[in-house]
Ligand binder design. Structure first.
Ligand code: UDP
Length: 445
């Protein structure tokens, strides 16, 4: 009787040499360990290339190969991407792969099907023959980890309704006759110049900010904090506020409190209840839920009395930023807060939380360089020492001085662009003229 043939492993490289070469190197090493025969089953969209035949023909006896009949594409849109073509070649080759496995299994015991990361459609055929399926990933573990994470990314980001809503609106931006942008050239030179090269026409009209809120609107707290500011030295107070809806975790709130305390600077803090303490209201009494002060560290208010002013929920931010005693702003980087800081020449500690605020933080720290960004520590929190040192640096340090200078330049540029004959003013005037003309033509039409 003929000696029994060794079990066979099928390897299916997707088209191209980049996957084939390392897969062959792997294949060469297998028979050194076990008596196994390897067969490369090679799909193609045309005749085998010279490179493919050369490398496959030079292999030892334990490795053979067979070219599947070339597939033909019909009805492909022009400019179909390479990745799609590669994967489609495998997909269209499945019937011939099925046939090949059938005929090979007459004489061999096939034990495994190995594909690469473009060949997973062949898993269906492996399943039909009950073959274990393996993937040869020819690139870095780093890109493999991204690859494996892609489905979740797609699920979580692209499938959520906010993504679709934002995308739908973004697509329709190109239908507009113009886009009015609350920014100005000196604040975002790169993006504004770039956008002005394209369509729709960009109209930068900023910085448009509310210079004053009715203090009455903010309740007794509002006038109290302005009164407190009146008694503080020039530019000595750090204003700390996270916009209209920014909140921190309870641990982060504690770190911030202790950081402000350790900085030895004066501060005016609009404090909110931590998000992890108010979500499930049933855990807390209504009273503690409505009083953010309950989440501050023990003794914090007493220890910082006089030097710090803590208010709950809402401050008259425009007036606070315009006040002579305010010397810095720790902000969540909401764009309104940023522009209000710019028109008041207020240097920043940036602490982005949500929406586009991380991008805003980068504009501020790396673009116009008017802000310092504290680092997140190993605990996942911005820790008290870090907060203390960044705040100190902004309020007293040399770097703080530089940021203040840059902010002063921006403040002047903002005043200029919004002044008589300034760019933003002229842009608004141009728009008004356009709109009055188009109104007239609408009427006459
Ligand atoms: N604001 C205020 N007092 C507060 C908190 C916020 O007057 O205690 C105002 C602030 O001046 C700004 C707006 O609320 O005009 C917040 O807008 P921003 O874009 O900064 O942040 P958002 O709240 O949209 O995240």
């Amino acid at each position: 009787t003929a000696p029994e043939l060794p079990p066979m492993v099928l390897m299916l490289p997707s088209p191209g040499m980049g996957h084939l070469i390392p897969m062959i190197e792997f294949a060469k090493r297998i028979p050194l360990h076990q008596s196994l025969h390897i067969t490369f089953v090679v799909p193609n969209a045309g005749p085998p290339s010279k490179a493919q035949t050369t490398v496959l023909q030079s292999l030892p006896n334990s490795i053979s190969h067979t070219f599947l009949p070339p597939v033909t594409f019909t009805d492909l849109p022009p400019n179909t991407k390479t990745e799609t073509l590669i994967s489609l070649t495998v997909l269209l080759s499945l019937p011939s792969l099925r046939q090949t496995i059938h005929s090979l299994s007459v004489s061999h015991t096939i034990t495994t099907l190995l594909v690469d990361h473009f060949g997973t459609d062949a898993f269906d055929v492996a399943d039909e023959f009950n073959l274990p399926k393996y993937i040869f990933y020819p690139s870095t573990a780093m890109s493999l980890s991204l690859f494996l994470y892609l489905p979740r990314l797609d699920q979580e980001d692209r499938k959520n309704d906010a993504y679709r809503t934002v995308l739908r609106n973004a697509k329709r931006h190109s239908e507009a006759d113009g886009i009015i942008e609350n920014s100005f050239l000196e604040l975002e030179p790169g993006p504004i110049k770039e956008l002005q090269k394209g369509e729709p026409v960009l109209y930068p009209v900023g910085p448009l900010v509310n210079r004053e809120v009715e203090v009455a609107q903010t309740g007794p707290n509002g006038s109290e904090c302005l009164k407190w500011l009146d008694d503080q030295p020039d530019k000595s107070v750090l204003f700390v506020s996270f916009g209209s809806r920014g909140t921190l975790s309870s641990n982060q709130t504690i770190e911030l409190a202790l950081g402000l305390e350790r900085s030895e600077q004066r501060f005016l803090w609009v404090v909110r209840s931590p998000y992890d303490k108010v979500v499930n209201a049933s855990y807390f009494t209504a009273e503690s839920e409505s009083d953010p002060f309950d989440f501050l560290p023990n003794g914090f208010l007493e220890r910082t009395k006089g030097r710090g002013f803590v208010t709950s929920s809402w401050a008259p931010q425009p007036q606070v930023l315009a006040h002579g005693s305010t010397g810095g702003f720790l902000t969540h980087c909401g764009w309104n807060s940023v522009l209000e800081s710019v028109v008041n020449g207020m240097p920043l500690v940036v602490w982005p939380l949500y929406a586009e605020q991380r991008m805003n933080a980068v504009i501020l720290t790396e673009g116009v360089k008017v802000g310092l960004r504290p680092n997140v520590g190993e605990s996942g929190l911005i820790e008290r020492q870090e907060i203390a040192s960044v705040v100190k640096c902004l309020m007293e340090g040399e770097e703080g001085k530089k940021l203040r200078c840059k902010m002063k330049d921006l403040k002047e540029a903002a005043a200029k662009t919004l002044g008589e004959n300034g760019t933003s003013t002229n842009t608004i005037s141009k728009l008004a003229l356009k709109w009055s003309n188009s109104n007239k033509s609408n009427v006459t039409n």
